[in-house]
Ligand binder design. Structure first.
Ligand SMILES: [Zn+2]
Ligand SMILES: [Zn+2]
Length: 64
C-alpha cells in the first residue's frame, strides 16, 4: 500500500479515482484527463486546472 499512486480528485476511472501520470522532472503528477497537477515537493504549488480554478474562485478560503 505504500506505493499507492497519486490520484486525481476530480476524475473517476474504473470505480476509483484516476491515477495521475508521474512526470520525469521532479515530484509532480498530471492528470491527463482534466490537466490537474500535483507537486509533492512543493505544498504551496497551486494547480490552475479548470477544476481547481472553479473551486478556489468562489470559495477563496484557506488561501493565505
Ligand atoms: Zn483529473
Ligand atoms: Zn487542478
Amino acid at each position: 500500500m505504500s506505493d499507492d499512486p497519486v490520484r486525481c480528485p476530480y476524475c473517476i476511472q474504473d470505480d476509483n479515482f484516476r491515477p495521475m501520470k508521474p512526470q520525469p522532472k521532479g515530484q509532480w503528477f498530471v492528470c491527463e484527463m482534466c490537466g490537474h497537477m500535483v507537486m509533492h515537493d512543493n505544498p504551496k504549488f497551486q494547480c490552475r486546472c479548470r477544476k481547481c480554478e472553479g473551486f478556489s474562485r468562489p470559495l477563496r478560503d484557506g488561501v493565505a
